[in-house]
Write a protein that binds this ligand. Structure first.
Ligand SMILES: Cc1ncc(COP(=O)(O)O)c(C=O)c1O
Length: 367
């Protein structure tokens, strides 16, 4: 929360005056700020269509509905990720087919082809922790099998993909999404999300679905949802979007600090992002040599007041709600060994030194 408060303080006057203008106009639903924010987002991402909605989870549901995915269809997705994807799929009667991840915690493209069946309709690429998936390979496989590509860029807004294909994550496949959950790269002051696509047809459909399936008030053409970005949230996001590149730069410099200060510790594997993999470091996730070591490090850092988190302690294929008995080696290993260090745009050098010194102390004492 400290980050959200500190970031608010940085732009306090501008954000609060933007919120106040919504209150003054009392246009809380679909006020002008929503359409203007969508246009700002389209320009920032260089994508023709950005459709805002109530949350990243809703955005995934809307994306799958807009693609026309139906009960019994299969969508391939990584097992090491947030639960929103399988949840949205299963609520629509779509089967999530979990595959393993690579060393960068991202969809393992080598696992894709064997997961494809005659029921597969789409591949869902999750750009986890701010890093991008290998979109060239994913698109190539999808095109060869006539599959759609859904991108979950909830954790990677602002990450630029520079492969044969180029573009911001979320805007490369057939349809993509992001989340404006407060701690995300671009966070609002509540829930919010957006859908991105280059296709006008998909955009029109997504927009209709997000608004009760209506194009014209009280004329419902398809089954939809009530999933709109509040005008107040759009007012906050409009201001924060102007500073997104600066905010991301500061977040990336925190990751560099960790990298420089922790790379000597042989029992840790640091994120492998390098110049060929752009990353906005939504998380800075390290992997310990063993699960036991991770648990000890976590307890130690917590006792020193460092708020570390485990993203994610249980792979999706082992979750009670979506359980599939398949062996996914990397997802299982990572969930036991990963630890995410505090990262945000507003961390001070003193705070970072404290965290890295604690980590070094821990490894010195267990030698
Ligand atoms: C990878 C990923 N996808 C989807 C979501 C869902 O977004 P929201 O919380 O806005 O519904 C999240 C949120 O944490 C996420 O991290």
């Amino acid at each position: 929360m400290a980050n959200i408060n500190a970031l608010h303080l940085r732009h306090k006057e501008e954000i609060e005056s933007s919120i106040q203008s919504v209150i003054d106009k009392a246009a809380f639903i679909k006020g002008d700020e929503v359409a203007t924010f969508e246009q700002d987002l389209e320009s920032y991402l260089n994508v023709p269509h950005a459709i805002s909605c109530g949350s990243g989870t809703d955005a995934l549901t809307i994306a799958m509905m807009a693609l026309g995915l139906e009960r019994g269809d299969e969508v391939i997705m990584p097992s090491f990720a947030y639960a929103a994807l399988p949840e949205a799929a299963l609520l629509l009667g779509i089967k999530p087919v979990f595959v393993d991840i690579n060393e960068n915690y991202l969809l393992d493209v080598d696992a894709l082809e064997t997961a494809i069946t005659e029921k597969t309709k789409a591949i869902a690429a999750v750009h986890l922790f701010g890093a991008h998936c290998d979109m060239d390979s994913i698109k190539e496989i999808a095109d060869r099998h006539d599959l759609r590509v859904i991108e979950d860029a909830a954790q990677s807004l602002g990450t630029y993909y520079q492969g044969i294909i180029q573009g911001y994550t979320g805007c490369i496949g057939d349809i993509g999404i992001t989340s404006f959950f407060p701690s995300k790269n671009l966070g609002c002051y509540g829930d919010g999300g957006a859908i991105f696509t280059k296709s006008k047809e998909l955009a029109d459909k997504a927009r209709m679905i997000a608004n009760h399936g209506q194009n014209k008030r009280y004329y419902h053409e398809i089954i939809g949802l009530n999933s709109r970005l509040d005008t107040i949230q759009a007012a906050v996001l409009r201001v924060k979007l102007k500073y997104l590149n600066e905010t991301l730069k500061r977040r990336i410099s925190v990751a560099h600090f960790y990298h420089e200060n922790l790379s000597e510790i042989s029992q840790l594997r640091l994120p492998r992002h390098n110049k060929s993999v752009n990353c906005t470091f939504h998380q800075y996730t390290i992997e310990c040599e063993s699960g036991e070591l991770r648990d000890k490090l976590q307890d130690f850092l917590k006792s020193k007041g460092v708020s570390v988190m485990i993203y994610y302690p249980l792979p999706l294929h082992h979750q009670k709600a979506y359980s599939q008995s398949i062996p996914l080696k990397n997802a299982e290993r990572m969930s036991k060994r990963v630890l995410s260090l505090p990262i945000c745009s507003e961390k001070t050098t003193e705070e970072l030194e404290y965290i890295t010194n604690q980590i070094k102390d821990f490894f010195n004492t267990i030698k």
